[in-house]
Unconditional design. Structure first.
Length: 415
């Protein structure tokens, strides 16, 4: 009897041991499953964007529509749009999409509208407009379908087709160009994921006519304004893609580097070329009004400006005269001292005799300044004598107003 009880006890211990091992194994499996679920849920973040999209086109207004019809809210800065308008691929960056859509987020019910005529200089002629919407943060194509004319077509998330068009991209420098300045355009960041780009063409004004070729090109604009520059690239399979950027070209006053030392009509003693004249050109798109001129000779011995001859309303007969579309002058009867740091004169306002008018120069026109004549001291007597200005550096600052903005232009003349 005692032996049987001992055998039963041994069997009971064995069962408990097996049960404990099974229980421990189950706990480990559950723990591993929990960790795996956590890791997988962490990976299923922004890389799996889910958006339902309705897309249609209006042929009459040349407009593409993209309506967010379900899924996640998307940051517009993470979107890029590729459309095939009439057989030509065009790319809209996130900045261009944002310019057409007044929000930083694309949420349920919101509609993005793209006018192809304004954006790409294309009228919609095909019955369908193939479109890809790319989520750049995850590098996923979240929409890839046709947009039917006048009808709504739905699409969802996806991974994109095998054959991809090239991607056009370019930069330019300087970033804030001015009139007549060479601008370098660089398309080396363009790419083709499944081949190579074989052709680059540039349209400097987005007028549909391509003006230059090559991965880089240089161009300048003769007038200020905003210019839409378009780049089209073609890959080795004949697929094309285009992109566009707006280049803002500013105007400015240009010194024509034409200063002349001139004797003038008076008879100083000794008779020397003490007068100077030079010109500037208005390369703004609007009229420039001259507020003042500052005259600062590099030679500290040049201390006086005087022109003792009549009549006082003619160029070369007054100390400062500006000649252009509207003239202005300032006459100082006994001349005027040039202080340290330069002499500033509000032409047409300062002086013993003026015409009371601030001089003006119209767009693209030239204004000539006459400054007569420069003098230096003679010995220790306190007297002054006329100086030949040929080869003398004079710093000139023109203070002016254009389109209600006050600006200044400083340059050095060397007659």
């Amino acid at each position: 009897m005692t032996k049987r009880l001992q055998d039963f006890a041994k069997k009971d211990d064995a069962v408990i041991e097996v049960f404990s091992e099974i229980l421990l194994t189950g706990i480990i499996v559950l723990a591993i499953a929990a960790v795996a679920a956590f890791v997988l849920s962490s990976l299923d973040g922004p890389d799996n964007v889910r958006v339902d999209i309705d897309h249609w086109a209006d042929k009459d207004s040349d407009t593409l529509y993209f309506r967010h019809s379900g899924g996640e809210t998307v940051d517009v800065e993470d979107l890029e749009l590729v459309v095939n308008v009439n057989g030509s691929y065009e790319t809209l960056t996130s900045e261009q999409i944002r310019a057409n859509y007044d929000s930083d987020e694309w949420a349920l019910g919101d509609v993005i509208e793209i006018n192809t005529s304004t954006q790409f200089n294309y009228d919609i002629t095909d019955d369908r407009v193939p479109t890809k919407l790319v989520h750049t943060a995850s590098s996923l194509v979240i929409y890839d379908a046709y947009g039917s004319i006048g009808d709504s077509g739905a699409g969802g998330g996806g991974s994109g087709p095998q054959n991809q068009p090239p991607v056009a991209s370019f930069s330019y420098s300087p970033s804030s160009p001015v009139v007549d300045q060479d601008i370098t355009f660089d398309a080396s960041n363009s790419s083709d994921s499944d081949g190579s780009i074989t052709d680059y063409v540039w349209d400097w004004t987005n007028d549909g006519s391509y003006d230059a070729t090559g991965v880089s090109a240089t161009h300048s604009y003769s007038s200020p304004g905003s210019y839409d520059v378009k780049l089209r690239v073609t890959d080795d399979e004949g697929n094309t893609n285009s992109t566009m950027k707006t280049v803002n070209v500013a105007g400015f006053l240009r010194y024509n580097d034409d200063a002349i030392a001139d004797d003038g009509p008076d008879n100083p003693s000794p008779d020397k070329a003490g007068g100077v004249y030079f010109s500037i050109q208005n390369l703004y798109g609007s009229t420039v009004t001259i507020d003042s001129i500052k005259i600062n000779p590099a030679n500290d011995d040049i201390v006086y400006l005087s022109d003792d001859i009549a009549p006082n309303d003619n160029k070369k007969y007054v100390e400062v005269y500006a000649e252009s579309d509207i003239d202005g002058y300032s006459e100082f009867y006994s001349g005027i001292e040039i202080p340290t740091g330069g002499l500033e004169v509000a032409i047409g306002q300062d002086g013993d005799e003026t015409n009371g008018v601030s001089p003006q120069v119209n767009s693209n026109n030239v204004m000539t300044f006459y400054v007569y004549e420069f003098y230096e001291p003679t010995g220790g007597s306190g007297k002054i004598k006329n100086i030949n200005m040929q080869g003398e550096d004079v710093e000139i600052t023109i203070n002016y107003t254009v389109e209600s903005d006050q600006k200044s232009k400083t340059f050095t003349i060397t007659p």
